[in-house]
Design a protein around this ligand. Structure first.
Ligand code: G3H
Ligand code: 13P
Ligand code: ZN
Length: 335
């Protein structure tokens, strides 16, 4: 058993208390490799933002669960080093399991130093979701690890689970779910979805610049939920904005992405000022990394050292994470 406290990690408890009071959201960025974790650390220390680094089941399969855990430990040391060098404050870092689907997986992460876990029972019946989430909470709380549950289903791919349609969270269910499970935060479904193709063009209108504008998030549902469980931390998954510039750069350099439509940043800005305390962003990082790498190869087809093309990809990620912290989530300067 390794306690996250001995690794210099933080749970989400304090982070969310401050985010709720300060009306901002803590970024939750997924990582699978070295350049992503480096970029997250550099951007979050330099913007002085708390951060949640999250590991999906897909990441565990791709990169090896043990390596990812040690990368997170290394990230804490890297953060201290950058902070010292730049005369900045150290930032709180939470290591979180993204979309955990079984008690055994959540337990294994808790036992190996994760400071927060998500147990995603959203594909089960309400009763089974409660039972599974409660079981994880009872185990996690013995070690002061925080737990995120989910009510409502997001369309798109959540690790190995693919949902064609979203089912919005029913506000009527949240009080019972939160009370019976003892969960620390709740992921809800109000119109976001996973991946880079969140809306079909026919669901959107076009603005003057010819950019697709998707239907607004269901802020009415969010408000109803906030009324039912005042002051309770809410989580938004599937919150990538799918920046048109990144998609353009990919397609201008040999890519073939189409119908890529995300959540407009103004809507995430609005959500971050509400009870939404955690915003999950993965796809935007994938897009910017791909854009930078494609452009690099288009400009310099003779390059073959991974550092030559992963370096610019890392720079693109740093710029993106800083932008999110400063201009979208409002988490910059909150440590
Ligand atoms: O929820 C989905 C995250 O973007 C993780 O995706 O399972 O492909 O790593 P992944
Ligand atoms: P995006 O696919 O919108 O980046 O969402 C990521 C996510 O919710 C991870 O859990
Ligand atoms: Zn998610």
């Amino acid at each position: 058993m390794v306690s996250y406290k001995d690794l210099g990690l933080s749970s989400t408890r304090e982070m969310f208390k401050k985010a709720m009071a300060g009306k901002y959201a803590v970024p939750a960025y997924n990582f699978n490799n070295m350049e992503q974790i480096q970029a997250i650390m550099i951007a979050c220390v330099e913007t002085q933002s708390p951060v949640i680094i999250q590991v999906s089941s897909g990441a565990r399969k791709y990169a090896n669960q043990i390596l990812l855990r040690y990368m997170a430990q290394g990230a804490v040391e890297m953060m201290k080093d950058i902070a010292k060098e730049k005369g900045l404050k150290e930032i709180p870092i939470c290591l979180h399991l993204d979309h955990g689907d079984t008690f055994e997986l959540a337990k294994s992460c808790i036992d190996h130093g994760f400071s927060s876990v998500m147990i995603d029972g959203s594909h089960h019946s309400f009763e089974d979701n409660i039972a599974l989430t409660k079981k994880v909470v009872e185990y996690a709380h013995q070690f002061d690890v925080t737990v995120e549950g989910e009510l409502g289903v997001l369309a798109g791919i959540e690790d190995d689970v693919v949902a064609a349609e979203s089912t919005y969270t029913h506000p009527a269910e949240v009080i019972e779910f939160v009370k019976k499970t003892g969960v620390d935060s709740l992921a809800i479904s109000i119109g976001t979805s996973h991946g880079a193709n969140k809306f079909k063009p026919e669901q959107c209108t076009k603005n003057a610049e010819g950019v697709y504008v998707p239907p607004a998030l269901k802020f009415d549902i969010l408000e109803e939920i906030e009324k039912k469980i005042p002051g309770f931390p809410i989580v938004l998954h599937g919150a990538s904005s799918v920046p048109a510039e990144a998609v353009k750069m990919i397609n201008a350099n040999g890519g073939a992405l189409k119908d890529t439509i995300g959540i407009p940043e103004e809507q995430l800005r609005k959500a971050s000022k509400s009870a939404v305390c955690k915003v999950n962003i993965d796809s935007d990082g994938r897009l910017w990394m791909t854009a930078a790498i494609r452009k690099h190869f288009a400009d310099k087809p003779g390059d073959f050292d991974p550092r030559q093309y992963l370096g610019p990809a890392r720079l693109a990620l740093i710029a993106m994470y800083k932008h999110k912290n400063e201009n979208v989530l409002g988490s910059a300067g909150k440590v």
